[in-house]
Design a protein. Sequence first.
Length: 323
Amino acid sequence: MSYRHLPTLAAMQCFEASVRHLSFTRAADELNLTQSAVSKQVAQLESILEHPLFRRVRKRLQLTPEGSLYLFEVRKILAQAEMSTRYMQSYGGQSVVLNVTTLPTFGARWLIPRLNGFRFRYPNIDLNISNRLEPFDLEEERVDVAFFFGHGAWPNAECIKLFNEEMVVVCAPSVAPDDNLNDPLDLIPLVLLQSATRPEAWHDWFKAQGCYTSHSYHGPRFDNFYMVLQAARAGCGVALVPSFLAEEELEAGQLVIPWSFSLISRGAYYLAYPEHKGEVRKVKGFIDWIFGKLEEPTELRERQRLGIPSTNNKGRRAAPEGQ
């Protein structure tokens, strides 16, 4: 399609506003345009798409099925345009934006509490933090720093190991058996809560104790560990989660550990950044801040409790597997 035949952002804005108000007149008031101008923009969209976006029913607008489909795409385009504009507005000014991605539960439970005070140390750095679960290209997505779980490999990126992961079983006190368990397999009747990001977790946990059960893959499945923890708190079953993510609930007595065996995961948590950004001031400042937090006394005590060695914050590349 020729660029001259593509719809304009103005036309998309008119369409989106008309959908929210189901009125060209109200959309025009919001956009500071005339009713005729909004109607004309929507008509041009319909002409380009060759599909009706609205039906006129008793002097009111009604979105068509084609309009509903297009609305979803239009809102994505407008949101991206707004983000790109905000990004450029900050470019070259006194403030710079640092784009950070993180795993959802890791970000909420581990990263965010360690950002307290960052703004005062680096007042010119504006953090833009988002959640990502799927692999992506750091350069294409304009990401400066990414936190991930894995084996320390990311294309065209430097990776620094943060810490290992210890998996423990947790459940609500009301779910925990009154008598002490005699065997890991005694957990099966309690319902095994599954995490979609770690489909092999229960299988590996049982295997590490010399047990096998066909039920290791059975049970309600959730997108992330936050949902798994919430399900465990609600008494839906037993969850196998990284111990550091469950600290709040364990300390508050909302969750307990019914079987003491813990499993050190094959992967670990890493921080990654594009190879050419290692000396960029905003990236270097953020990395120094994160590793400074890892060396604080309370953090060190927790790392020692989990058997995690002290970190080196010199920004070394992650060692190859087996080293």
